[in-house]
Design a protein around this ligand. Structure first.
Ligand SMILES: NC(=O)C1=CN([C@@H]2O[C@H](COP(=O)(O)OP(=O)(O)OC[C@H]3O[C@@H](n4cnc5c(N)ncnc54)[C@H](O)[C@@H]3O)[C@@H](O)[C@H]2O)C=CC1
Ligand SMILES: N[C@@H](CC=O)C(=O)O
Length: 582
């Protein structure tokens, strides 16, 4: 979802995440693993994802090998039992594609990953760093099957039970990763198994020797030894958690108790975006208790077991929710519900650029007054982390922002280019969940103007309302004009642009115009968004990815929700307040 093609991707720190069978228990778990990976991508990291097989699959493969006479050949057994990891890597790759994270799935031989020793308990010895660097170059994530590697004599081997931990540590050491995080179904290493002993205490830190004793099957011992040899700190963490146990030299430190009640969440709207968010929320009953979800037609939801539904805003906002998520669309009603939510002490997450652009100051004032968070990452760029990038780059001084910032508009132009009729292209964008409830917002540039107005607020701190931004309609791209542009080697794009003028004013427009094929925005296809940020020092930063659609947008909304969740601690009254450290 992000990238800076003009900056070497090596400038993005590397993070290795390992998802084991304790968290990949069923196919639905890849969505949560994808959300976890997205969290690191959005923080500006490039992620190497190492996966285990789904829970139970390796056992089933060993049983299959046993039934087929495994004793006859350890090498043949290894070839069979590694297949669960290959399948899992492909599933993870599919999930990342759905989210719009630019990712590549690699087989071990593609990067020269080799092991030596016993075919069922081999040790990793080398990988081809140049090939790994090349594979990482233009993506935000690579996915690899853990537990297996190539072998000079046997062709392919496995690394012993729990060997995915070893793969993760080996990659972190070889690639110079900033962190290696082993994601487990517990939030760290405890003094005893917390499932058996509720009094067990979680370590914040313990050294490699203590980890070897305390981890009791939680971490593969070979992985701990490999980390020690490489001088690497391993983090053991749960999915979505902010805290972790760090395995690092030094005295053991027992951590604070972070077990807390689930946060009460109100979800307003359950259409294209809201339904994706509901999937994420419903998968974490340990973290979230859901109020009835606000929709227009609850009677049509009888088959949806994920939640109760209501048409009454009062019911949706009952019991003083800790977090209110708005995915309804519109301006007046969502804005007044969000003001009510903030005044009632809730943190707020919205995907609604129309309401944010129209009520920017009122909503921010209310959040400030209440001391609550107001987050809206998904409102511009869908899954593309443009607002986060602006926040990071703003201190350097922003000169201009230009972009294809309406996925529907770009999708329609792509379909028109392929010969579709205008109304058919609009209907297709609606069916795919890209378009606004009233698609003229996309067609006539209002949605892009809402986003531009928000970008101007964030980049220049100025109030340029959407109504003040001149906008072209996509209907300008007639078949004749499209054909004329194509004959000149150009392509039509809907481009939003804002720039700071020498007198301190901001100029802004949404134009539908043809650009040469080598223009930085020309390559955007279908619902893709692209942004080019120019800083005062002349440096140019590009971002691109899926700008509309259920899964990329829901991942962005959910990432905001998880950021708030991590920052929350329950105060004495049981309300979720921001922790002092947040
Ligand atoms: N669809 C997309 O790709 C993206 C959408 N967004 C924004 O997310 C928000 C939601 O968009 P979609 O999910 O596409 O819309 P949608 O039309 O698919 O869903 C809207 C949901 O809100 C409910 N709703 C709307 N008004 C209501 C009311 N007055 N009372 C009760 N329920 C009501 C509807 O029943 C429906 O469940 C909008 O603000 C949109 O601009 C942001 C980024 C991407
Ligand atoms: N309708 C919007 C949805 C995302 O913001 C678009 O197509 O870009």
């Amino acid at each position: 979802m992000t990238a800076a093609p003009d900056r070497p991707d090596a400038a993005r720190p590397l993070c290795v995440l390992k998802f084991g069978g304790s968290v990949l228990t069923a196919p639905a778990d890849y969505a949560a693993a994808g959300a976890e990976a997205y969290r690191h991508v959005r923080a500006g990291e490039t992620v190497i994802i190492i996966v285990s097989a789904l829970q139970g699959e390796t056992d089933a493969l060993f049983a299959e090998a046993e039934a087929a006479g495994a004793g006859a050949s350890a090498a043949m057994t290894a070839r069979l039992v590694r297949l669960g990891e290959y399948r899992s890597a492909a599933r993870m790759g599919l999930e990342l594609a759905r989210l719009g994270v630019r990712a590549r799935v690699l087989d071990p031989h593609e990067i020269g990953l080799e092991a030596e020793g016993d075919p069922l308990d081999a040790d990793l010895v080398r990988l081809d760093r140049q090939r790994l660097d090349a594979a990482l170059e233009d993506v935000e994530a690579v996915v690899l099957p853990g537990f297996t590697a190539g072998h000079k004599a046997h062709g392919a081997v496995t690394l012993g039970r729990g060997g995915t931990d070893l793969t993760a540590v080996f990659f972190a050491a070889q690639a110079g990763a900033r962190r290696v995080r082993l994601i487990k179904d517990v939030d760290g290493v405890y003094t005893d198994d917390p499932a058996r002993d509720p009094q067990a205490r979680r370590y914040d830190r313990l050294d490699h020797d203590a980890a070897l004793k305390a981890s009791r099957g939680l971490i593969q011992p070979k992985a701990i030894e490999a980390a020690r040899a490489a001088g690497l700190v391993i983090e053991i963490a749960a999915m979505g958690a902010g805290h972790a146990t760090r395995i690092a030299p030094g005295p053991a430190v027992i951590g604070a108790d972070v077990r807390r009640r689930p946060l009460r969440v109100a979800l307003l709207g359950c259409g294209a975006v809201g339904s994706g968010v509901l999937d994420h929320l419903a998968a974490r009953p340990d973290l979230f208790a859901l109020n009835p979800v606000l929709v227009r037609h609850p009677e049509k939801r009888s088959g949806d077991a994920r939640a109760r539904f209501t048409r009454e805003a009062g019911e949706a906002l009952a019991k003083r929710p800790d977090i209110v998520i708005e995915a309804m669309g519109g301006v007046d009603q969502p804005a007044s519900l969000l003001l009510e939510a903030l005044a009632g002490g809730a943190h707020v997450v919205t995907a609604n650029k129309a309401a944010m652009a129209a009520r920017y100051e009122g909503l921010h004032d209310a959040a400030r007054r209440a001391g609550r968070q107001l987050r809206y990452a998904a409102s511009v760029g869908g899954g593309v982390v443009i607002l986060e990038a602006l926040e990071r780059l703003k201190p350097h001084g922003v000169a201009a922002v230009e972009g294809v910032m309406n996925g529907t508009g770009n999708f329609i132009l792509s379909r028109l280019r392929a010969g579709a009729a205008f109304d058919d292209a609009v209907a297709e964008a609606q069916a795919l969940g890209f378009a606004e409830a009233d698609p003229s917002a996309d067609v006539d540039g209002h949605d892009a103007a809402d986003k531009l107005s928000l970008l101007i607020r964030e980049a220049f701190g100025q109030d340029v309302p959407p109504a003040a931004i001149p906008k072209d309609s996509l209907r300008k791209a007639t078949p004749e004009r499209l054909a004329g542009a194509a004959s000149q080697g150009e392509v039509f794009k809907q481009i939003g642009r804002c720039a700071l003028l020498p007198d301190g004013r901001v100029e802004a427009s949404v134009q539908v115009k043809s650009v040469p094929l080598d223009h930085p925005l020309a390559g955007a296809v279908n619902e893709e968004n692209r942004f080019v940020l120019t800083l005062n020092d002349g440096s140019v930063h590009a971002l691109y990815g899926k700008g509309a659609g259920r899964w990329p947008t829901a991942a962005s909304v959910f990432a905001d929700v998880m950021d708030i969740t991590r920052a929350c601690a329950c105060d004495a009254s049981g309300r979720a307040a921001l922790a002092a450290s947040a």
